[in-house]
Design a protein around this ligand. Structure first.
Ligand code: TYM
Length: 333
């Protein structure tokens, strides 16, 4: 039987190689399997947990759809919509926030990282964000959720919320606990400037990431400037343990080439970084430049993108509003 796939991406601009290799590439694979029902959501409600500019947000929502299509998602074989267009998400998030426990949320490491030292000034939305994520997933009876490593804890929370709701209201398996789909290797792409930090849109230095809209020469330059160490490429994964930057670059190469890390190490063992980096740049340009060109073309086709979102939201609304109605009945509204 096919899977019920759901995943979301924030429209906060600068979708990068981490988003692609960690998540979107997998969306495409799952979408290509005709057995699966796929829903891909542009999570604009999540985006406003941090202040957004009106024009930029509008453009970023369209750019996220353009990126999905440019990466190979088929909008005729999936539902693509933006979260705020389906009101059930916000309402279900409120209901689930009455089920989730403070103690559970207090353990979320992403909030701690994003809020930084000054937690008092973080928005409540940033704190309760994983509950909205649980609502997204549970409204569609999703069976599988493809994400990067950084979302693992949020998915565990989603499963806990589903289970507690089912127990509290004695409704068996009304909410289906979803399975995370996290790739075994390369599910966490790291910054090009610091191999111990995740590649991220919010990192100040643009040199820390490859944006999916970067021009060829920008990509090549970023790889040239990427941090490495003085040693040649080693002969085993074990030797990479204390060399996070080398491990990350070899991981990026392997993921782009669909190779195991072992195979890439074997290919480059004993070589120096300048040789490896020139091969990596070549592969990066080969795989990412067509995506980048396609995004830039599609971003001008506003009507096409808006139609995808419109059609998607009608379908999503149909599913989510029915589930919400059942939730109302269970609760006693
Ligand atoms: P977001 O927008 O931060 O990231 C989108 C997807 O990209 C993955 N990702 C990475 N993977 C590998 N290496 C990286 N450096 C890297 N950076 C990002 C993320 O894991 C994610 O899969 N909360 C989610 C969006 C969301 C969602 C959902 C996901 C909202 N509702 C329901 C799944 C199901 C987020 O902020 O992703």
């Amino acid at each position: 039987m096919g899977k019920k796939i759901f995943s979301g991406v924030q429209p906060t601009g600068n979708l990068h190689l981490g988003n692609y290799l960690g998540a979107i590439k997998n969306f495409v694979k799952l979408n290509n399997d005709n057995e699966n029902d796929c829903i891909f959501c542009v999570v604009d409600l999540h985006a406003i947990t941090v202040k957004q500019n009106f024009e930029e947000l509008r453009n970023n929502i369209r750019e996220t759809v353009a990126t999905f299509i440019a990466c190979g998602i088929n909008h005729e074989k999936s539902i693509i919509f933006n979260q705020s267009a389906v009101p059930a998400h916000s309402e279900a998030a409120w209901i689930l926030s009455c089920v989730a426990r403070m103690g559970w949320l207090n353990r979320m490491t992403q909030f701690k990282e994003k809020a930084g030292k000054d937690k008092e000034r973080a928005s409540i939305g940033l704190y309760s964000y994983p509950i909205l994520m649980a609502a997204d997933i549970l409204l569609y009876d999703s069976s599988h959720v493809p994400v990067g490593e950084d979302q693992k804890q949020h998915l565990e929370l989603c499963r806990d919320i589903a289970q507690k709701f089912n127990n509290d209201y004695s409704v068996g398996t009304f909410f289906k606990a979803p399975e995370p789909l996290i790739q075994k290797q390369f599910a966490r792409i790291m910054s090009l400037k610091d191999g111990t930090k995740k590649m991220s849109k919010s990192e100040l230095s643009d040199l820390s990431r490859i944006n999916l809209t970067d021009d060829k020469d920008v990509m090549v330059n970023k790889i040239k400037k990427a941090k490495t160490d003085a040693l040649p490429i080693p002969g085993s994964i074990d030797e990479l343990k204390k060399r996070p930057e080398a491990k990350n670059l070899l991981g990026i190469y392997s993921s782009l080439m669909d190779l195991t890390l072992e195979k890439s190490i074997y290919e480059f063992e004993g070589k120096n970084f300048s040789e490896f980096k020139s091969k990596l740049s070549q592969v990066l340009v080969e795989k990412i430049n067509p995506i980048s060109l396609e995004i830039k073309k599609l971003i001008n086709e506003k009507k096409f993108l808006d139609k995808i979102l419109f059609d998607g939201h009608v379908k999503a609304n149909n599913i989510a509003s029915k589930k919400l109605k059942k939730i109302h009945e269970i609760i006693g509204f």
